[in-house]
Design a protein. Structure first.
Length: 416
């Protein structure tokens, strides 16, 4: 039996010390400060964002720490604890979209995005990154990197946005532009909003309806696990994302086509029409009967029911109804497996083992086709359930999973 790798968060003190030590060893001087931003996990509301729907992410206690010092010139030098002997260098002057390769594109792209937006005072910098957000797990290590960089550059170059929620919305646009335009990684903003705007003991209800201001699109919702003696187990199946064959875009196009066929701008509008009808179940059936393609029916059914589950979960958890909260987790996963068809065997097995061993509910999280699952379990049981999942993976010949647990959400901040 192989023991499961259980990833603990880096403490404030350790994160500051490790990032500072790496900075000194690499650049031979002291940083101006240390900043941090967390990874995230989406509680419920999957494949709803591009349908103008609702999502409910939290920020993890697992964070990326960044020691940074501004430069007088426009050179960027970066190092990471993943490979502390390799320093990436880039020149901001003349830099264009997609002009940086590899992981360095993410932090460099933030400075580039700020300069593109007219913040000419932003110049070069030296930076050292230390992180415990697992790479390739769907927990948004990239947003942790871009958001910590945005906060740091905001501070050292005096932009003045990091101190307020409204200001952070501006920094989020820089982080999104870095990922989309410099790194070439498609992102709609869920990850960055969670990393920058979540507060302790809360999830954010992110409303993706077009026309809402960035500030109005987010509301804080109680998610105090400790209050109910719970923890959120996150298991990275290490079945890595397999989105390069067009499956994600195919589903997105199907949803857009369905909305057009139904005479609506997007499926969120259909979901609201169903929810506000006198007979939601009958109304949903009538909507689906308007569609001839069976695959399209399944995709639409998932999106409409998943949008509804977000507010149902918010209400259930706030009332302390953990059984109902778990049922909604389960219903979400089953819909993603059967109707949206984005799970893989590792995700389904991990969910089944968690449910069979005391989890109130379990579901895949993220885009699917690999990545992670979450399970709502009693506090202190996360390691046990994770090990049972690892044992089953070993028996089936799957790659060994990694796991972590959250009992409270984190927030992005200056750490020194």
């Amino acid at each position: 039996m192989t023991s499961v790798e259980f990833i603990e968060p880096i403490s404030h003190e350790d994160g500051v010390a490790r990032a500072t030590k790496l900075f000194r060893a690499t650049f031979g001087e002291e940083p101006a400060g240390v900043w941090a931003a967390p990874g995230r996990v989406n509680l419920i509301g999957e494949h709803t964002d591009y349908n103008a729907g609702l999502c409910l992410p939290i920020a993890l206690p697992h964070r990326t720490f960044l020691a940074l010092k501004p430069r007088e010139d426009t050179k960027v030098r970066l190092v990471s604890d993943v490979n502390p002997t390799a320093v990436a260098e880039t020149e901001l002057d003349g830099l264009e979209a997609r002009g940086v390769d590899g992981w360095a594109a993410y932090p460099t792209g933030v400075a580039w995005a700020m300069r593109e937006a007219g913040y000419d005072q932003v110049r070069g910098f030296d930076a050292a990154f230390v992180s415990c957000v697992p790479l390739g797990s769907g927990l948004s290590s990239s947003a942790a990197m871009t958001c910590s960089t945005a906060l740091a550059l905001d501070d050292v170059y005096g932009l003045g946005y990091g101190a307020t929620d409204e200001g952070r919305v501006t920094l989020i646009t820089m982080a999104i532009k870095s990922e989309n335009d410099m790194a070439g990684a498609s992102t709609g903003g869920l990850d960055q909003n969670a990393s920058m705007r979540c507060t302790a003991g809360h999830a954010i209800r992110l409303d993706c309806m077009p026309g809402l201001s960035a500030v109005d699109s987010v509301s804080q919702q109680e998610f105090d696990l400790d209050k109910y003696g719970l923890e959120l187990l996150v298991v990275d199946t290490q079945a890595h994302h397999q989105l390069n064959d067009g499956q994600y875009e195919q589903r997105r196009r199907t949803c857009e086509q369905a909305a057009e066929l139904l005479g609506y701008e997007h499926l969120r509008a259909v979901a609201e029409a169903v929810a506000y009808s006198t007979d939601p179940e009958g109304s949903l059936a009538a909507v689906l009967n308007c569609l001839n393609d069976e695959t399209m029916k399944k995709r639409v059914r998932h999106v409409i029911t998943e949008i509804g589950r977000v507010d149902e979960f918010v209400k259930a958890f706030a009332a302390g109804d953990i059984a109902e909260s778990g049922r909604l987790f389960n219903a979400s996963h089953d819909s993603l497996r059967d109707d949206y068809e984005v799970t893989v065997p590792e995700l389904d097995v991990a969910v089944d083992v968690a449910r069979a061993n005391g989890a109130y509910g379990a579901r895949m999280t993220g885009g699917g086709f690999g990545g992670s699952i979450i399970a709502l379990v009693d506090k202190g049981r996360g390691r046990e359930v994770a090990q049972l999942i690892a044992d089953e993976f070993e028996a089936r010949g799957f790659h060994a999973p990694r796991a972590l647990a959250a009992v409270a959400s984190a927030s992005a901040s200056r750490e020194d």
